[in-house]
Design a protein around this ligand. Sequence first.
Ligand code: NAD
Length: 332
Amino acid sequence: MKIIFFSAKPYDKEFFNRFNQTYDFEIEYHETHLGPHIVNIVQDAEAICVFVNDKLTEKVIQVLADKGVKVIALRCAGFNNVDLEAAKRFGITVCRVPAYSPEAVAEHALAMLQTINRKTHKAYNRVREQNFALNGLLGFNLHGKTVGIIGTGKIGKAFAQIMLGFGCKVLAYDLYPDDKLKEKGITYVSLEELLETSDIVSLHCPLTKENHYFINKETLALTKRGIVIINTSRGGLINTNDIIQALTSQQVGALCIDVYEQEEKLFFRDLSTNIIDDDNIHRLMSYPNVLITAHQAFFTEEALSEIAQVTLHSIDQILKGNKPEDKTTLLT
Ligand code: NAD
């Protein structure tokens, strides 16, 4: 049984080779993204394994089906990059890793928030240059602040728990509120109320057709002046042009993003000697109150181990004609 990997990095190889010892699949790794330009290299494989920026359009899926691929395994949770309808039509099973250490992402959201707030990234550099002055490093206490969480699934819940620990008031908005979270002291409110009353807003919902660009000129106008926005979910949730305007007008006080709408052209690569043809990322990188990380929120030992184990187990089960025990891994 052969699995072909796309967007494979050295750490993917390390973790998948380690856990493949149990299964002994033949694995072919490709560093390139999957798309129409490369799909023809797929030969004699029962499964392909892809990541967040591989594009599985109808055209790509059709070629995969013609080549006999039975499983598309996403080694991530989000699946906005796959045409699930097309996969269903061509009889390909799509699986994902629904929960690989939600704490990894929630803890990264906190790390970003506290970095931009307490300016530890600047302090680190200053102290190394024997500059022990505090001017420009002023932050604020998280204790007592109102944090709005949009999407209270696995990651949103973990982030809510962390924020409660800091003594924050936690508001939430979700299409399906969770009663257990209410018992813990989290208050569900409308999206408008959350935006109007929060000091910090963190996005933890998936990107769907309905919520594309839902942080835009209109919704930003509802927020408190100086709001801090954190996005570790998907870049398309934020209209980048609108948030740049809101940063310039200081309606937004700080922005922490681990995801970016045009990230597939940038993230997971060393472009330090390239000229980047993307004015928005240059603009964002130039603000002192914007912190960008390159989709690394998931990147912990625990999460990579879980991703490799769950992905290989699901592929093994599906190819044996079984359904994986956790039904939420299956998307078609
Ligand atoms: P989840 O499925 O457990 O939870 C998502 C929650 O969002 C659900 O409660 C759902 O009801 C809610 N939701 C859906 N649409 C909504 C909307 N329009 N408005 C408000 N709430 C809505 O997912 P999760 O495991 O918590 O992951 C959340 C997202 O985080 C993923 O979809 C993915 O895009 C992103 N993610 C990012 C990284 C990273 O490394 N940066 C890693 C993993 C996941």
